[in-house]
Write a protein that binds this ligand. Structure first.
Ligand code: NAD
Length: 360
């Protein structure tokens, strides 16, 4: 064999290897991350699962439910085979199912820890709904279990992926509003009697855990700072039996290392549209709605600049596709996971401090 022939062959071989690598990459990029939905309630059936129909990299491949009939109806809609329907009892058998890469935990708050830890032990990644858990110890146990199993744990902080919230973050962190002095935020709704959210054992707390966490998390991601000096107050106004276990109203203030003071409110007693306002030395930014499934709307007035008025025209469930895709992308291609378990743990610790500060 001449040198030239040798080179030709090795070029061919090289080309073969390269083509193989391209084919493997193409296959990998065509492969969709399979999610098992754990809990077929409102958020999973009306938002996350439908959102995956639009995903190019993820899909619903399995269902975990206590209601077989509900699961079968959903399985028919999503083309999920009967073998991929699980109950809470045989959930651990997901370990043997290659169709499942990750689970989406959308159960009452106090059940998040158990179903996350069991998923990790089964070798699955986890996208867990907020609030991450109902105790700091549970949140830590979830992180530890996923770390031990070398699986990813992401908390479903969809606003951290929503473009208008990201735009607000950029306006604040780039200094366009000048030095930030104060933030106000609120989020709440008038709850119906009978919801598990009013049961302390299942919910772990009241509106703070459920919807106040959006204000808390926003103050942190907008500033990139970690708050301290928390002071809080709570009350029950409606003595109609709904608030025998959890608070109805809660307000708190916190101070960030730069000196920013934030003041937040949450309630289960009135419809309180989710919003935040951020005041800086050069201007003011107002996001309302800030935390909804669609219709997010940013306005800002900055000295010497034209007014900013940027509604996000995206429709629900685009935010859910984005968050589920983020985890799927990290599973497929690696890279940094945002909204990790550690991020959820920080909010858990702060919420416990808020409760302690008002004697709950
Ligand atoms: P939901 O009541 O609609 O659904 C809860 C599901 O859990 C149901 O399928 C129910 O059958 C099942 N379940 C299992 N054991 C249960 C028990 N002992 N009691 C009650 N239900 C039980 O609730 P949801 O609104 O879908 O909330 C689920 C989780 O998602 C919560 O942690 C909530 O905070 C979170 N959530 C997140 C968002 C968001 O925008 N990210 C919005 C709503 C809810």
């Amino acid at each position: 064999m001449t040198e030239g022939e040798g080179m030709t062959i090795s070029r061919r071989e090289f080309a073969g290897v390269a083509l193989g690598a391209i084919a493997a990459r193409a296959q990998e990029s065509e492969r969709k991350v399979g999610y098992a939905m754990v809990g077929l309630g409102r958020i999973s059936m009306q938002h996350l699962a439908p959102s995956l129909k639009a995903s190019k990299i993820a899909k619903v491949t399995a269902l975990v439910s206590g209601h077989r009939d509900k699961a079968e109806k959903m399985a028919a809609e999503y083309g999920i085979p009967a073998k991929n329907i699980y109950s809470y009892e045989n959930y651990d058998a997901i370990a043997d199912n290659k169709d499942i890469d990750a689970v989406y935990v959308a159960l009452p708050n106090s059940m998040h820890a158990e179903y996350t830890v069991r998923a990790a032990k089964a070798g699955k990644h986890v996208l867990c709904e907020k609030p991450m858990a109902t105790t700091v110890a549970d949140a830590q146990a979830m992180i530890d279990a996923c770390k031990k199993a070398n699986r990813k744990l992401m908390i479903a902080y969809r606003c951290q992926f929503e473009p208008t919230n990201l735009r607000a973050t950029e306006l604040i962190r780039s200094g366009r509003l000048g030095k930030i002095q104060g933030i106000e935020s609120a989020n709440g709704f008038n709850i119906r009697a009978g919801e598990w959210r009013l049961n302390m054992k299942l919910a772990g707390g009241g509106p703070l855990m459920d919807v106040g966490v959006y204000s808390l998390n926003a103050c942190r991601f907008l500033t990139g700072e970690e708050p301290g000096d928390i002071k809080a107050n709570w009350s029950v106004i409606d003595k109609d039996g709904r608030f025998n276990e959890v608070e109805e109203n809660l307000g708190w203030t916190m101070r960030f290392p730069s000196g920013i003071v934030a003041s937040c409110n949450t309630t289960y007693g009135a419809n309180m549209p989710g919003f935040y306002r951020v005041h800086g030395t050069k201007g003011m930014l107002h996001m309302e709605p800030a935390f909804g499934y669609e219709g997010i709307h940013l306005t800002a007035k900055i000295q010497g600049e034209p007014a900013i008025d940027e509604p996000n025209p995206e429709k629900d469930p685009a935010q859910f596709t984005r968050e589920a895709d983020h985890l799927a992308n990290v599973i497929l291609h690696g890279g940094e996971l945002r909204a990790s378990g550690e991020e959820g743990l920080r909010d858990m610790k702060l919420m416990m401090e808020i409760y302690r500060s008002c004697g709950r």
